[in-house]
Design a protein around this ligand. Structure first.
Ligand SMILES: *Cc1c(COP(=O)(O)O)cnc(C)c1O
Length: 356
């Protein structure tokens, strides 16, 4: 299989792919409900939460929308220092909410004090923040931001997009006081695309009951009623749930701490490699993503040509995102990727650099 060092969809293990070929069941059957319930139960361990985890048949963006529809009556503040935060802001606006936008330069992390100051003046009900900006390789200090907001506005809900980090980096939902943490299947969980997982706190569920116009498909109050009976309002993405059930076993067998350490080691390896090859990492030290590294293209490499070279060796990386295209390139090290896969990639890149 050709390893993909792109930030989603990532490679999926053969055994997990094959889990999808299991025959269908009636979704209201006891057999399926048992699989669904145990998958959701195992997923809670990843979020480090005792609260509920919803499994949706959608990509992660669906849960960005659900977060807005369920937990924001009128006003939300979005912190924007990259493309996926920008998307979440647009999601809020297009759902008719008053969305404040606190902008930071893309090469700067979200700053807790500025968030708190903005909250103090804005009468916001919720904060929407991206933990790991996949467009820039920035890991925002969500724990510190949540703490700062809690001090100013204890009732405000903290909504976190952890699409490209949950399962690769430790995010302590309960300990940090987060109200929703959402992710997609095709990134750190190393599953095919099509599922979104969202953990939600009790106080967020209580708030949702008071919010009107939650819609139907992403109405988490409706989802919760069904979840308590191990079911879903609409037909679940059954094959993907089979794969999720198996992949969560594999993840928990590796051990969460070991999984996080593996991601950190891969990130470090890529960072050091860049810096010893006349390149530098886009995100500042201390805020560098553990799951995807964005490297400044200071050597003026032709990123498409580099990728064509890598693809001859059955590997591929990602170009920079949006305005950072060609000015940066990205190496993802998430999911089930191993340190030796990264080493193989870096050897190939080194060969390429020798001749360019
Ligand atoms: C990939 C990504 C998204 C979008 O997720 P989809 O599953 O494609 O909808 C949102 N936020 C971040 C940080 C991402 O990396």
């Amino acid at each position: 299989m050709a390893p993909m060092f792109v930030p989603g969809p990532v490679d999926v293990d053969g055994e997990v792919l094959r889990a999808q070929t299991r025959p269908m069941l009636p979704h209201r059957s006891k057999e399926f409900e048992a699989i669904y319930a145990r998958a959701a139960d195992k997923a809670r361990q990843l979020f480090l939460t005792t609260h509920r985890v919803f499994i949706m048949a959608s990509s992660g963006t669906g849960l960005q929308e659900a977060a807005i529809r369920n937990f924001v009556e009128q006003k939300v503040l979005t912190c924007v220092n990259g493309a996926f935060a920008e998307r979440w802001h647009e999601v809020a606006l297009s759902n008719g909410k008053q969305a404040g936008k606190l902008e930071f330069a893309w090469d700067e992390p979200v700053e807790p004090q500025r968030v708190a100051d903005t909250f103090r003046t804005g009468n916001y009900e919720a904060l929407a923040i991206v933990h790991n900006e996949t467009s820039t390789g920035m890991q925002n200090p969500v724990r510190e931001v949540a703490q700062a907001v809690h001090t100013i506005a204890p009732d405000a809900l903290i909504l976190v997009d952890a699409v490209s980090s949950l399962g690769g980096v430790k995010i302590e939902m309960d300990a940090w006081g987060l109200d929703m943490v959402l992710t997609s299947s095709q990134k750190c969980l190393a599953l095919p695309p099509g599922l979104a997982l969202g953990a939600v706190s009790d106080r967020a569920m209580q708030k949702a009951e008071k919010v009107t116009d939650r819609g139907w498909y992403f109405d988490l109050v409706r989802m919760e009623k069904h979840r308590l009976k191990d079911s879903t309002p609409a037909t679940p993405a059954m094959s993907l749930v089979y794969a999720l059930d198996m992949q969560l076993d594999r993840i928990l067998a590796e051990g969460l701490e070991r999984r996080f350490a593996r991601h950190a080691a891969m990130a470090k390896r890529v960072q050091v490699w860049a810096e010893t090859h006349g390149l530098s990492v886009y995100a500042p030290e201390g805020f560098r993503s553990q799951t995807v590294t964005t490297i400044k293209n200071e050597r003026g490499l032709d990123v498409s040509d580099l990728n064509a070279y890598l693809m001859k060796q059955e590997m591929r990386i990602a170009n920079g995102y949006g305005p950072l295209k060609n000015r940066t390139f990205r190496i993802a090290h998430m999911g089930d990727t191993k340190l030796e896969d990264i080493d193989k990639l870096l050897v190939a890149m080194e060969e390429y650099l020798k001749n360019h």
